[in-house]
Ligand binder design. Structure first.
Ligand SMILES: C[S@@+](CC[C@H](N)C(=O)[O-])C[C@H]1O[C@@H](n2cnc3c(N)ncnc32)[C@H](O)[C@@H]1O
Length: 232
């Protein structure tokens, strides 16, 4: 079992540390078996990684720093590649998938869980919510990611040469409606402090919308997750 980190991301204590394998990796559980070499790419704080290792496959769990686009493993050396909430952040998802395919043994498995903000459920979805989220998506894209990655991941996996691609859509309440508004507002305000680009006006407008959203009444939020299994 191995968790792959980018930089010192494991030190970043956040809400993500609450993510547990029993819930987040349940779709991949049938893939894990004793003695298997499982790699959790973009493992973040490692809470899911430790859960996968605990009782599913491995007696040891190692963490190492590497880039998803250049994994430090030999060709056909890995049984399962797992990645949760990572493709949303990758600059070149196609290259990363090719790299995952390279390290997987023939017959090995790919298990990805990727969010799709285009299908997130927010009620009420007011004009302020829409405008604030547009600003949020702009920041995601400026960081090189894709907030709608879950939408395109099945086609990308197939195009990379994986077979037996299976997907399931799952909705989760990752955070509350109000907490999401506060998070989006804080992100936009922070980005505005250094914004010198033509995006500045849009970010300022989105920040005002997020401010209003965060001070509106309660609502419901459920994130859309695409859980994908495929075979090398
Ligand atoms: C939203 S976090 C998810 C963390 C963990 N998988 C979870 O669900 O709790 C995204 C993670 O992807 C990592 N990441 C982003 N780009 C990466 C890259 N090119 N190579 C490796 N990891 C990357 C980040 O460092 C971060 O830990």
């Amino acid at each position: 079992m191995c968790g792959v980190l980018e930089g010192n991301a494991r030190d970043a204590v956040s809400a993500r540390s609450a993510r547990q394998a029993v819930e987040r990796a349940v779709f991949a559980q049938p893939l894990f078996g004793p003695g298997m070499w499982v790699v959790d790419v973009g493992c973040g704080p490692g809470s899911i990684t430790l859960g996968i290792g605990d009782g599913h496959c491995a007696s040891t769990v190692d963490f190492l720093t590497a880039d998803a686009h250049a994994l430090p493993f030999g060709d056909a050396s890995v049984d399962v590649v797992f990645a949760h909430a990572v493709f949303e952040h990758l600059k070149d998802p196609g290259a990363a998938l090719a790299e995952f395919r390279r390290v997987l043994r023939p017959g090995g498995s790919l298990a990805l869980s990727t969010s799709d903000w285009s299908r997130a459920r927010l009620r009420p979805k007011t004009a302020n919510v829409d405008a604030a989220l547009r600003g949020h998506y702009l920041l995601c894209r400026r960081a090189g990611g894709d907030p709608f990655a879950g939408r395109s991941i099945p086609a990308a996996v197939t195009a990379t040469g994986f077979t037996d691609v299976r997907t399931k859509t799952r909705y989760r309440t990752d955070t509350t409606y109000r907490a999401l508004a506060t998070y989006v507002e804080a992100r936009l305000v922070t980005a505005l402090e250094t914004a010198t680009t033509p995006d500045r006006d849009q970010l300022a407008s989105a920040a005002r919308s997020a401010w209003s959203w965060a001070r509106s009444g309660d609502g419901d939020f459920a994130q859309c997750w695409i859980e994908l299994l495929a075979t090398r």
